[in-house]
Structure formats: structure tokens, C-alpha cells
Design a protein around this ligand. Sequence first.
Ligand SMILES: C[S@@+](CC[C@H](N)C(=O)[O-])C[C@H]1O[C@@H](n2cnc3c(N)ncnc32)[C@H](O)[C@@H]1O
Length: 222
Amino acid sequence: MKKKIFKENLTSKLLQKHSLNIVIKLKNKNICEIGCGNGNISNYLIKNSKKVNFFHLSDISSFAVEYAQKKIRNKNVKFKTGDLFKPWGDEKFDIVISDVSSLSQTIAEKSPWYQGVDSDCGKDGLKNVKKILKNLNHNLKKNGIFIIPLISLSNTDKLRNMLKSKFKIFKETEKIYWPIPIFFRQNIDEFNKLLKKKVIYFENKFGQYIAYTSVAICIKIK
Ligand SMILES: C[S@@+](CC[C@H](N)C(=O)[O-])C[C@H]1O[C@@H](n2cnc3c(N)ncnc32)[C@H](O)[C@@H]1O
């Protein structure tokens, strides 16, 4: 069991913002966040939406879940520890937010972000996402909404196609570009190979490596 808690980052903030645009209009809905880490996304939604919804937060890390549980003291929030949807059994949700680790494992292993944090995502970063999409048939209600980040240090073209073929409605927010920290330059030969094979995407602008994140909002499983 890994013992560090992921630090809130740009992706967390984009998920907060775009999920709130949806959640703010709702009441009495069941919302599930998997890969909740320190709970910042649901905490933001709870603090900024006026109506009552019921939150279900889980993460594979018991350290993260315990931390989130201490931080969010609210009777409408349930916490569980475990792999993807396993903790939730047969429960069905109106909204699922996934922020489960989903970077190319080649990058995650070299990055500071995942030191001490669970990540087992395969070269394309989509190993967890593929399992989650299968589980949604069971755990997402018929007209439910699925929210997930598209991070260009994974295979976003493949993920976009997977989401478009699974959902009736697929919307993608604007891409926000961000500078990749120094570890990237130190391993650039390996990452250039992934770029060439279109497994990941990044740019080199004026000597700075840049990736992007957007958020996919997907409605109704086909
Ligand atoms: C990118 S972090 C996001 C954490 C949090 N949402 C945030 O914004 O800081 C990914 C999270 O997924 C969790 N995770 C990794 N593998 C998982 C799995 N198989 N099932 C559930 N959670 C997992 C990690 O422990 C980590 O907390």
C-alpha cells in the first residue's frame, strides 16, 4: 500500500470547475467520485452548490480516504476504500466523476506526482479507464453523466473514441496547456518515442515542454 496522498493540481481544479457547472443545477442526486484522493473535488462541489446531493467518495488508498473523511465532515457524504467501483457494489449513480490515476505509466513512474501514490495505468494510461467504462454499464444510471479528464500525457485520441462510442452525448471543454516539470526533460528520449507512436501528446515551445488537460462530459450510455 502506497503511503502518500496525491496533491491537488490543475486537473483537480478543472474537474472542480466543470463538475460544479453540472452539479449546481441538481438536487437529491447520487454523485460518486472515484480516485478522490484528499477529497478536494467533492469538497469544492459541496461548498459551492446550494442544494443537497449525496456524495460517495472512494480511493484505493486508505490514507487518502481517511484524510478526506477528516476534512469533509458532512452527513451526506459516504467514504469507502477500494479498487475503482468495487467498494460500491450494485449502487447506481446519477453522476460519476473519475479522477483515478490515468497517465502513461512510463511517465507516472518517472514523475514526482506519483511518488508514493498508486498508479498502474499501462503505456497508454488507459488501463483503469477501460475497466471504469465497463463498470459504468452497471454503476451509472440510464441517463447518467460521466465526467473524466483528458490528459495529453495519456492516449487522449483513443480515450475520446472510446467515450464517443459509449455515450450518446460527448462534450469536451477547452484544452488548458501547462508546463511539464523538469523530470520530463531528463527522460525526453523515452517520452519522444511515445510521442512518435501517438501514445501521448506534448509540445516543445521555446524550450519548454507543454501538455494539456481538458474535461470530457459524457451523457447517457448508448
Ligand atoms: C490523479 S490522483 C487524483 C486525486 C484527487 N482526485 C485530487 O484531485 O487530488 C489519482 C487518485 O487515484 C487513486 N487510484 C489509483 N488507482 C486506483 C484504483 N485502482 N482505484 C481507486 N483509486 C485509485 C490514487 O490513490 C489517487 O488518489
